[in-house]
Design a protein around this ligand. Structure first.
Ligand SMILES: *[C@@H]1O[C@H](CO)[C@@H](O)[C@H](O)[C@H]1NC(C)=O
Length: 156
């Protein structure tokens, strides 16, 4: 019995030793259908969107990046979501790190892998970014029947 308690405590302590390694530090919306009145740029007309670097690997398969891996950084956020729609829709996802108060982590690299039935997708930073302690990421795709993405955020 004591052994089990020790093990449990050991696990809690080792998890607590990496306070920034939780995906719960990320706020994210569902993959949300939008129209011209509800898309992010309509609701935030003054926002300045910074396009992420974009590499198209094949039809409907895109990698967005910002920054680069730096010695001493580590994975801060890994988040995956997917959805399918009965008809082709315009969709958006908004992610924000951290979800709450500052974690003190300086961001070094952001990678988002996107896959969808549509040909194209947009990946933008709408707040914060590399070298800062916060970021807001907007993903968009028009007339798509599916949307799958996985986000990796690194920092130190
Ligand atoms: C989606 O459509 C909107 C409105 O026409 C346009 O502003 C936006 O650039 C499009 N996004 C993509 C990724 O093509």
């Amino acid at each position: 019995m004591l052994c089990v308690i020790c093990m449990v405590l050991g696990i809690i302590v080792s998890v607590a030793g990496q306070p920034h390694a939780r995906a719960s530090d990320l706020y994210y919306t569902d993959i949300t259908p939008v129209n011209d009145d509800t898309r992010y740029t309509a609701l935030n007309p003054d926002v300045v969107l910074n396009e992420m670097n974009k590499v198209k690997h094949s039809k409907g398969n895109i990698v967005f990046t910002s920054g680069e891996r730096t010695s001493g950084d580590r994975l801060i956020v890994n988040h995956y979501d997917d959805d399918n729609f009965a008809s082709a829709l315009d969709v958006e996802v908004l992610m924000s790190y951290p979800a709450g108060t500052s974690t003190g982590v300086t961001l070094t690299c952001i990678e988002v892998y996107v896959d969808m039935t549509a040909d194209d997708s947009g990946g933008y930073l709408s707040k914060g970014g590399i070298g800062q302690t916060n970021v807001e990421i907007l993903l968009t795709s028009n007339l798509t029947r599916s949307f799958v993405y996985e986000t990796f955020i690194y920092g130190y």
